[in-house]
Design a protein around this ligand. Sequence first.
Ligand SMILES: *Cc1c(COP(=O)(O)O)cnc(C)c1O
Length: 224
Amino acid sequence: MERRLADACAAAGRARAEVTLIAVSKTWPASDVALVADLGQRDVGESRHQEAAPKAEELSLRPGAPYPDLVWHFLGRLQRNKAPSVAGYAHVVHSFDRLALAVPLLRGAQEVGRAAPAVLVQVSLDGDTDRGGVTPEEVPALADGAAAAGLLVRGVMAVAPLGADPRAAFDRLAAVAARLTAQHPRATWISAGMSGDLEAAIAAGATHVRVGTALFGHRPPLTH
Ligand SMILES: *Cc1c(COP(=O)(O)O)cnc(C)c1O
């Protein structure tokens, strides 16, 4: 993976240090996260609260936890009633797509004496907001609302549309991100790119890639 990232950065004329790898460990046990943590991996991504919470507890939060410095990224659809609990371990929520999540996130963090997670506004690049995210036009108002509520807006996140050219989609995301940074100077992150399309994302300016399969192998089918 390190080689692939280095090659993608070189091809894009970017420094490797501009891109952070998030190891997406959903469906894999805490022991697998520990393996990559032992190799120096610090940023970890999870998409389901019921799975993420016990892993964060075991690896980072309980007294004597072995990896207290892991950075936990929450990537999945976030229900309002789960938001306070997610704020108990997540450092960054990539799937912020409605203002109703702001107060629960802030309250959950406050209850356990933590800083509230930073948020990335999830952008839907194909207009199908059923898969999460807001349209590009909705980003400024949502970011303004989140910041006014007291959250740190750190940037944008997107998943490439199914069956479309990822590079064109990520270029559209980069344009959304540039407009957001003009309004919110600390909103400099672009979370884009997964196992199948990280080269396109890095070429389009991604600062964070979220990689599961290419690191951990193929996931067993998700069960709910
Ligand atoms: C699962 C997931 C990933 C990782 O996908 P891979 O194709 O396994 O690399 C990235 N982002 C989100 C939001 C995910 O849910």
